[in-house]
Design a protein around this ligand. Structure first.
Ligand code: DAH
Length: 340
């Protein structure tokens, strides 16, 4: 039996030495070491041996197996290296081939500007409030002191769902909703960004657009506070050189009311095409909160005062980036969007 094993080892070694392909190696592994392989078969014959002989022959079987296994492994390594070397000899890699570009999206310019507006006001201690886009006549008009005969309340100017429910035409109703929620705590100091809807559609009007509303209510709030906050906003948004001016205006929910103009970001105020020669550009509406509106929100209109403002995000974005047609903001044309 010992001789048989020695012969088996020699035969296996010779066979391994002759192999030139990796596939052949596996066949040999099965032939000698597999379940039905030759070495396993000789193990089975151990039953015929005497008890003293068995451990010694068992050792020999183990040694033969180790030898065959290590020879198989060595051969495998050798064949792999040879295969790799021949592939490297044939293959050429063009290291100048440009890589595949990974297309990365970016935040829409309107969202960027809205976020920037939010950041500026958060930095001045405002919080952010939200309200529904589908609003009742009460919050959108009535509670804001807007009379029944106001043109915005006409069916042809706003999107009505029923006579009492419509798509909000401005973010101002959030003033009332926020006050109802906060009363009696002070100060009220918040902005409300969001979508608004009007029956308008041309180069500077879209049936859906975005506004950011602002509301501050506390003891002793004055027009000076309004001007200070909005000047700081204009400078952070359009540059530290900017000035603002307040022009008398009218809104039913503020008294007095003012349009706020910012000194032209293009010419600095000397007059140009963008500001139509005036040096000023209108950016938002504002005013001191009307006592009726404070009352509607549940606050004491004798003790407290406040200011409010509302701006169009599209308008701010168009001024900031020199966009001359609002429709670019909604066309989803990548040639436009990729510039931001
Ligand atoms: N709601 C007005 C609009 O949509 C904008 C506005 C003006 C809001 C004056 C205000 C304000 O809060 O005080 O045209």
């Amino acid at each position: 039996m010992e001789q048989e094993l020695a012969a088996l080892q020699l035969e296996a070694e010779a066979a391994i030495a002759q192999i030139t392909l990796l596939e052949g190696l596996n066949e040999l592994r099965v032939k000698y070491l597999g379940k039905k392989g030759l070495l396993t078969a000789s193990l089975r014959n151990m039953g015929a041996l005497s008890a003293e002989e068995r451990p010694r022959v068992g050792q020999i079987v183990n040694t033969v197996r180790d030898v065959i296994e290590s020879q198989l492994a060595a051969k495998e390594e050798q064949l792999r290296l040879a295969a790799l070397a021949s592939r490297l000899a044939q293959e050429t890699i063009d290291v100048t081939l440009p890589g595949r570009t990974f297309i990365k999206g970016n935040v829409h310019p309107l969202s960027q500007v809205q976020e920037e507006i939010e950041q500026i006001f958060l930095g001045m201690g405002f919080t952010i409030a939200e309200g529904p886009e589908i609003e009742t006549d009460y919050y959108n008009f009535e509670a804001l002191n807007i009379p029944k005969d106001h043109p915005a309340r006409e069916m042809q100017d706003s999107f009505y769902i029923t006579e009492e429910i419509l798509l909000r035409t401005h973010t101002s109703p959030v003033q009332i909703r926020a006050m109802e929620k906060l009363v009696p705590s002070l100060p009220v100091k918040l902005i409300c960004p969001g979508k608004v809807f009007r029956k308008d559609d041309d180069a500077t009007h879209s049936p859906m657009f975005h506004q950011v509303e602002g509301l501050v209510v506390d003891k002793g709030i004055s027009l000076a506070d309004l001007k200070g906050i909005l000047l700081e906003f204009a400078r952070q948004m359009f540059g530290p050189e900017r000035q603002i001016r307040l022009r008398p205006s009218f809104f039913p929910f503020t008294e007095p009311s003012a349009e706020v103009d910012v000194s032209c970001m293009l010419c600095g105020g000397s007059g140009c095409r963008i500001c139509k020669g005036s040096g000023w550009i209108e950016i938002l509406g504002s005013g001191m909160v009307h006592p009726n509106v404070l009352k509607m929100g549940g606050y004491d209109s004798e003790e407290l005062t406040g200011f409010a403002f509302g701006m169009g995000v599209e308008r701010i974005a168009m001024l900031k980036y020199g966009i001359d047609d609002m429709r670019y903001l909604y066309d989803n044309d990548l040639r436009f969007l990729k510039q931001f």
